[in-house]
Design a binder for this molecule. Structure first.
Ligand SMILES: *[C@@H]1O[C@H](CO)[C@@H](O)[C@H](O)[C@H]1NC(C)=O
Ligand SMILES: *[C@@H]1O[C@H](CO)[C@@H](O)[C@H](O)[C@H]1NC(C)=O
Ligand SMILES: *[C@@H]1O[C@H](CO)[C@@H](O)[C@H](O)[C@H]1NC(C)=O
Ligand SMILES: *[C@@H]1O[C@H](CO)[C@@H](O)[C@H](O)[C@H]1NC(C)=O
Ligand SMILES: *[C@@H]1O[C@H](CO)[C@@H](O)[C@H](O)[C@H]1NC(C)=O
Ligand SMILES: *[C@@H]1O[C@H](CO)[C@@H](O)[C@H](O)[C@H]1NC(C)=O
Ligand SMILES: *[C@@H]1O[C@H](CO)[C@@H](O)[C@H](O)[C@H]1NC(C)=O
Ligand SMILES: *[C@@H]1O[C@H](CO)[C@@H](O)[C@H](O)[C@H]1NC(C)=O
Ligand SMILES: *[C@@H]1O[C@H](CO)[C@@H](O)[C@H](O)[C@H]1NC(C)=O
Ligand SMILES: *[C@@H]1O[C@H](CO)[C@@H](O)[C@H](O)[C@H]1NC(C)=O
Length: 605
C-alpha cells in the first residue's frame, strides 16, 4: 500500500522540483562554469580557470567562491551589483592589484578571504565601509607594509590573519579603528620589532599569535595597552634570547606560550605579574635548569608544559607557588629525577608526563610510585633508566612488594675523614679534599668561616671542583678559619671539617695586587647559610682565634707599611690615612653607612 502511494507521488515531486529549479535559474542565473545552490544563494566557481569575475552571477548571491582561479586585478566597483554578498572567497588567485573601491557597496560582507595572492601593497581605502566584516584573511601574500588607517572602518572585525607576508613594517596607526578585533595572527614575516604604539589600538584583542618572527628580544612593556588580551602565543622566534622583566606588564593573560625560541631560562621576572595565568607552555626552548621559585607568583596556573627543552635539573622548590597545578608535562627532557620537594604540593597534580627522560629510580621517585594508580600518565609511563637491574621497567609495573628493594637511597658518607689542617702563605693556592659516596651521587658544598656557601657555581676566589675539592686561589689572611664540607643527597647528609691558617707574607706585595684586581667584593655575592650544626667548642675557639689573628695581622701590617713608607719617603707629607673595612656578615657593606667601613686616621710626627 505504502510503496504504491509513494510511487504515485514521485513524478509530481520531480516535476515540481524541476519547475522550481528552472524558475530560480531564470530569475538568478548561474555563470557558465560555476555551480550554484539557489537555496542558500551560493555561487561556487572554485578552480574554474577564470581570469575575471564571470558574468551571470545572480545579484542576490550571498556566498561567492572564486578561489583557485587566475584573477589578476580587482577594479573599482567590481562587486557593485552583488550588494547582498556576505562571504567572498578570492584566495589563491594571482591578484596583485586591488583598486580602492573594489569592495564598494558590500555593506553586508562578513568574510573576505584574500589569502595566497600576489599582493604587495593594499592601498588605503580598499576596506572602507565594510562595516560588517568580521573575518579578513590577507595571509600568504607579499605585503611589505601595513599602512596607516587601512582598516579604519572595520569596527566589527573580529579576526585578522596577516601571516606569511614579507612584512617589514607595521605603520603606527595601521590598526587604527579595529576596536572589535579579538584575534590577530602575524606569522612568518620579516618583522624585527613589534611596536607598542601600533598594538595600542587593539583594545578588544583577546588572542594574539606571533609566530616565526625574527625578533630577538621582547621590549619593555611591549603589550602594555592590550588590556583584554587573554592568550599570547610566541612561537618559533629563533633569535629570541631574552624577555625583559617588564615585557608583559599591563597584561592579564590566562594563557601564554613561548616555544621554539632561544631562551635559556624561565623568564621569572617577566612572569611575575601574570598572576591570573592558567596555562603556560615553554616547550622546545633550551632551558637546562628550572631554578628555585621560577613560577613563584603563578598561583592559578593549572597546566605547565616544558617539553623537549633539554632540562637536566629541576631544582628544589622549583615549582613553589604553583598551588593549583593539575598538569605537568616535562616529557622528552634529560631529567634524571623529579623530586617531590620541587613542588609546593603534589596533591593537586592529576596528570604527569615525565616519560622520555633518563630517570634514576631511587627514593626520589617514590612519590610518583606511590601515586601510580591515581596519576594520569597520559598513556606514557615513566621508565627507569637506572639502576641497571631495573633498566627499562615502567614505573607502574612494579608490584608493591618489591618497591623498597629498589626505590632506595643511600645516605652520603665522606671518605677519608682525617683532619686536614693547612698552613699557607698569603697568595698561595689552597685546596681541601672532600669525597663522598652515596646513592644518588651526593652534592658537595662547602661553608666558609664567614658562613658563606661555596658551590661549584661560586665565582670569585673560592670554588668547588666537580669532585668536591674546595679550591681557594690567592689565599688571604681573612680566609683563615674552619671550613665545613657538606655532602647531601636525597638520603641525608654528612659533614666534615677542615681548617686553614693563612700567614701574612713578608713580601706583602707579591700576589696581593693581582688578587685585588681579580677578586671583586661587590660582585661576589654568595648565599649566606644558616647552619643547623652545633659546632663544638674547639671549633668555635679556633675560629674566634683566627678572627682575632686576622684583625691583628692587618693592623700590624699597616704599621709595618707606615714604617717602611716613612723611612723611604722622608718628611714630605705628614698626613696619612689608612682604611680598614670590616666584612659584614649580613648584606653588602654600604659605602656611606656607618659600620660598613671604619677609618683610622693617623698623624705622622
Ligand atoms: C550589518 O549587518 C546587520 C545585520 O547583521 C545589519 O542590520 C546592518 O544594517 C549591517 N550594516 C550595514 C552598514 O549595512
Ligand atoms: C624576508 O625573509 C625571507 C626569508 O628569510 C627572504 O627570502 C625575503 O627576501 C625577505 N623579504 C624581504 C622583503 O626582506
Ligand atoms: C641561540 O643561542 C646560542 C647560544 O647562546 C647561539 O650559539 C645561537 O647562535 C643562537 N641561535 C640563534 C638562531 O640565534
Ligand atoms: C584579570 O583577569 C581575570 C579573569 O581572567 C579577572 O578575574 C581579573 O579581574 C582581571 N584582573 C584585572 C586587574 O583586570
Ligand atoms: C606546546 O607548544 C608546542 C610547540 O608549539 C606544541 O607543539 C604543543 O602542542 C603545545 N602543548 C600544548 C598542550 O598545547
Ligand atoms: C605533552 O606534550 C606533548 C608534546 O608537546 C604532547 O604531545 C602531549 O599531548 C602533552 N600531554 C599533555 C597531557 O598535555
Ligand atoms: C642534615 O641532616 C639532618 C638530619 O639527618 C638535618 O636535620 C639537617 O637539616 C641536614 N642539614 C642539611 C644542611 O641538609
Ligand atoms: C703569584 O701568582 C702567579 C700566578 O698568578 C704565580 O705563578 C706565582 O707563583 C705567585 N707568586 C707567589 C709568590 O705566590
Ligand atoms: C666590581 O664590580 C662592579 C660591578 O660588577 C664594578 O662596578 C666595579 O668597578 C668592580 N670593581 C673592581 C675593583 O673591579
Ligand atoms: C646579594 O644578595 C642579596 C640577597 O639575595 C641581595 O639582597 C643583595 O642586593 C645582593 N648584593 C649584591 C651586591 O648583589
Amino acid at each position: 500500500m505504502m510503496s504504491n502511494k509513494m510511487a504515485s507521488c514521485w513524478p509530481s515531486i520531480l516535476v515540481f522540483n524541476l519547475l522550481l529549479l528552472c524558475s530560480e535559474e531564470n530569475a538568478l542565473g548561474c555563470p557558465a562554469r560555476c555551480e550554484c545552490t539557489p537555496q542558500i544563494r551560493s555561487v561556487d566557481c572554485h578552480r574554474k580557470r577564470l581570469s575575471a569575475i564571470p558574468d551571470g552571477i545572480p545579484s542576490e548571491t550571498k556566498l561567492l567562491d572564486l578561489s583557485k582561479n587566475r584573477i589578476r586585478c580587482l577594479n573599482p566597483g567590481e562587486f557593485l551589483f552583488f550588494p547582498r554578498l556576505e562571504e567572498l572567497d578570492l584566495s589563491e588567485n594571482v591578484i596583485s592589484v586591488i583598486e580602492p573601491g573594489a569592495f564598494a557597496n558590500l555593506f553586508w560582507l562578513q568574510t573576505l578571504k584574500l589569502k595566497g595572492n600576489q599582493l604587495k601593497l593594499i592601498p588605503a581605502g580598499v576596506f572602507n565601509k565594510l562595516c560588517n566584516l568580521t573575518l579578513l584573511d590577507i595571509s600568504e601574500n607579499k605585503i611589505v607594509i601595513l599602512l596607516d588607517f587601512m582598516f579604519q572602518d572595520l569596527q566589527n572585525l573580529k579576526s585578522l590573519e596577516v601571516g606569511d607576508n614579507e612584512l617589514l613594517y607595521i605603520s603606527q596607526k595601521a590598526f587604527f579603528g579595529l576596536v572589535g578585533l579579538e584575534q590577530l595572527t602575524i606569522e612568518k614575516c620579516n618583522l624585527t620589532t613589534i611596536s607598542t604604539d601600533s598594538l595600542s589600538y587593539l583594545q578588544g584583542l583577546e588572542i594574539l599569535k606571533l609566530c616565526h618572527l625574527g625578533i630577538s628580544n621582547l621590549e619593555d612593556q611591549n603589550f602594555r595597552k592590550l588590556s583584554s588580551l587573554k592568550q599570547l602565543e610566541i612561537d618559533s622566534w629563533t633569535f629570541l634570547e631574552d624577555v625583559c622583566p617588564t615585557a608583559f606588564q599591563g597584561l592579564n593573560l590566562t594563557s601564554l606560550s613561548i616555544t621554539y625560541t632561544n631562551l635559556t631560562s624561565v623568564p621569572v621576572a617577566a612572569l611575575k605579574s601574570l598572576t591570573y595565568l592558567e596555562y603556560l607552555n615553554l616547550s622546545y626552548n633550551p632551558i637546562r635548569i628550572i631554578q628555585r621559585g621560577s613560577f613563584r607568583d603563578l598561583v592559578r596556573l593549572r597546566e605547565l608544559h616544558i617539553v623537549g627543552a633539554f632540562l637536566t635539573v629541576v631544582e628544589l622548590q622549583a615549582f613553589y607557588g604553583l598551588r593549583q597545578i593539575r598538569l605537568l608535562n616535562v616529557s622528552n627532557n634529560l631529567l634524571s629525577t623529579l623530586g617531590e620537594n620541587s613542588f609546593q604540593s603534589v596533591n593537586t597534580l592529576e596528570t604527569l608526563r615525565v616519560d622520555a627522560n633518563p630517570l634514576a629510580c631511587d627514593c626520589r621517585l617514590l612519590w610518583i610510585l606511590q601515586r601510580r594508580k591515581t596519576l594520569n600518565f597520559d598513556g606514557h609511563q615513566p621508565v627507569c633508566a637506572s639502576p641497571v637491574e631495573i633498566q627499562g621497567n615502567a614505573l607502574c609495573d612494579f608490584p608493591d612488594s618489591i618497591l623498597f628493594e629498589y626505590f632506595t637511597c643511600q645516605k652520603p658518607k665522606i671518605r677519608d675523614r682525617k683532619l686536614q689542617h693547612i698552613i699557607a702563605h698569603e697568595g698561595q693556592a689552597v685546596s681541601f679534599h672532600c669525597k663522598a659516596d652515596g646513592e644518588p651521587v651526593p652534592l658537595i658544598v662547602w661553608v666558609s668561616p664567614q658562613r658563606r656557601m661555596i658551590t661549584s657555581r661560586s665565582v670569585g676566589r673560592s670554588t668547588v671542583l666537580p669532585e668536591g675539592t674546595l679550591e681557594i686561589r690567592y689565599a688571604q689572611v681573612q680566609d683563615s678559619g674552619t671550613y665545613i664540607c657538606i655532602a647531601t643527597n636525597a638520603g641525608g647528609n654528612d659533614t666534615y671539617f677542615a681548617t686553614l691558617t693563612v700567614k701574612g707574607d713578608n713580601s706583602p706585595y707579591s700576589n696581593r695586587t693581582l688578587y685585588l684586581s681579580e677578586y671583586n667584593e661587590t660582585s661576589h655575592n654568595d648565599t649566606h647559610v644558616f647552619l643547623k650544626f652545633t659546632l663544638d667548642l674547639k671549633t668555635i675557639l679556633v675560629s674566634t682565634a683566627m678572627g682575632c689573628i686576622t684583625f691583628l695581622g692587618v693592623v700590624l701590617f699597616c704599621f709595618l707599611l707606615l714604617f717602611v713608607w716613612s723611612r723611604g719617603r722622608g718628611q714630605h707629607k705628614n698626613n696619612f690615612s689608612v682604611e680598614y673595612s670590616f666584612r659584614k656578615v649580613d648584606g653588602p657593606a654600604s659605602a656611606a653607612g656607618q659600620g660598613g667601613a671604619r677609618k683610622f686616621n693617623m698623624k705622622m710626627i
